[in-house]
Design a binder for this molecule. Sequence first.
Ligand code: ADE
Length: 228
Amino acid sequence: MRIDVLTVLPELLDSPFGHSIIKRAQAKGVAEVCVHNIRDYATDKHRSVDDYSFGGDAGMVLKIQPVFTLIEKLTAERAYDDIIFLTPDGERYNQQTANYLSTRQNLMLLCGHYKGVDHRIREHLITRELSVGDYVLTGGELAAAVVVDSVVRLLPGAISNETSALSDSFQDNLLSAPVYTRPAEFNGWKVPEVLLSGNFKEIAKWQENEALERTARLRPDLLNSRTK
Ligand code: ADE
């Protein structure tokens, strides 16, 4: 899979894409994540990427030309399954969308900044708009990092034990059961007895009960949308 990220602040993405699973997935050739600086495509003499909004609303807007030029260049090189704009007024991002996106070949993510992007980009070039939650970030970069991270970790080969992505919270619209590691007792605090029993049938039953109980208590909304 290839993901192109378009931003006016590429440095913000160096760290999230330069470590751990995302770094390893790229090294293994499982995913290619390419970050593009929108400013490199500005053609005016100051290479400006933003301007005042028509109508005099407070705040700057990402200009159409540099974004258009960059999207045109990339779409001439390959076909994109989706051209996604990260924005707080987009469709709410969740695990189902991450699963879907992880089955695509080429994705483009446009990070908004300032008061947003010239709306003609959204009207004519963007195929999908995603929000990572009902709060406003300074820009779309952190939201893009969330999408890239949650999609890339699902790709076959990104995580050494592939089943571990399938047992994540939310994959079944269920939260995960609690996990513990050694020592079995610390500070007088004990690990649930059943996990030490070696009885895998009992352990699986306990995990399922815990998952259901935690979901009912913490996220009852998820149980209503379960399909099985
Ligand atoms: N840009 C600013 N806030 C955002 C959000 N909540 N989700 C996606 N992109 C954003």
